[in-house]
Design a binder for this molecule. Structure first.
Ligand SMILES: Nc1ncnc2c1ncn2[C@@H]1O[C@H](COP(=O)(O)OP(=O)(O)OP(=O)(O)O)[C@@H](O)[C@H]1O
Ligand SMILES: [Mg+2]
Length: 236
């Protein structure tokens, strides 16, 4: 294999049990450099747990996770973050008393230039808010700031857990648009329940159900998959 053929992230037989509950069952999936990916599935399907396993918040019960050619399962979360996997949790955690730009500066990788931070402000629709104290931002822009802070770490993989929770219809559409624009620069894996958002992303989509990937492919194909309709979409 040439380096270009190596996925940025590869999960092989990944399992996670909580006592008798098999929350993630034998997941084998790979993610390509710069690819936009979406994970959907019913509540309790194991979506957040899967991200916890990738970023090292939780150890795997069995299986392996490779970041490029390096095995990362078993490494502490801060080490995995420094290798280049950034995670945004569902609840925004920004530094409330700092300005938008200062928040980006605090989060930034040493190599992130002022120009790079400007670019991130543009991507996340925060150019006009750079001097605004984070505590004064509306909820939607706090979510975007946190995505910006994750981008400022210059990760190769960005994990987002329900980034549109609590956002308006317009903010949700803007989020899908700017995540689409990240294609080619960073691998994004985003968990979502909002089907309008998932349709707008038009990303490679994995469907998780009872801890297993039951379908994967373009969302357009996923949407018409009978099994997916039965376990998830059809219930909406
Ligand atoms: N720390 C934990 N201890 C015990 N059980 C857990 C723990 N974390 C998650 N679970 C269980 O594992 C299963 C998967 O949970 P998970 O949070 O990954 O689902 P999810 O797909 O993210 O759901 P949602 O869409 O509601 O966020 C659920 O049955 C949940 O109750
Ligand atoms: Mg979840």
């Amino acid at each position: 294999m040439t380096p270009a053929d190596i996925p940025v992230l590869a999960l092989d037989g990944v399992c996670r049990n909580f006592g008798a509950l098999r929350a993630v069952k034998d997941v084998t999936e790979s993610f390509q450099p710069g690819e936009l990916n979406c994970i959907i599935g019913p509540n309790g399907a194991g979506k957040s747990t899967l991200l916890d396993l990738i970023c090292g918040t939780l150890p795997v019960t069995s299986g392996s996770i490779a970041f490029g050619e390096e095995a990362i399962h078993g490494l502490p979360g801060d080490r995995i973050a420094r290798l280049g996997i950034a995670r945004k949790f569902q609840v925004p955690t920004v530094f409330e008393s700092l300005s938008v730009l200062e928040n980006l500066q605090v989060a930034a990788a040493p190599a992130a230039s002022a120009t790079e931070l400007e670019r991130i402000l543009g991507t996340t629709h925060l150019l006009d808010d750079r001097e605004v104290e984070a505590s004064a931002l509306p909820h939607g822009k706090k979510q975007w700031l946190e995505i910006g802070m994750a981008l400022a770490m210059q990760p190769r993989v960005l994990l987002l857990d329900e980034p549109t929770a609590g956002l308006s219809v317009d903010e949700t559409r803007d989020t899908a648009q700017f995540l689409s624009e990240l294609r080619g620069s960073v691998t994004v894996i985003v968990i979502e329940h909002d089907m309008a958002f998932v349709r707008d992303l038009a990303a490679r989509t994995l469907v998780l159900h009872l801890g297993e990937v039951i379908a994967s492919g373009d969302f357009a194909d996923i949407e018409t998959n009978d099994l997916v309709r039965d376990v998830y979409l059809g219930r909406k």
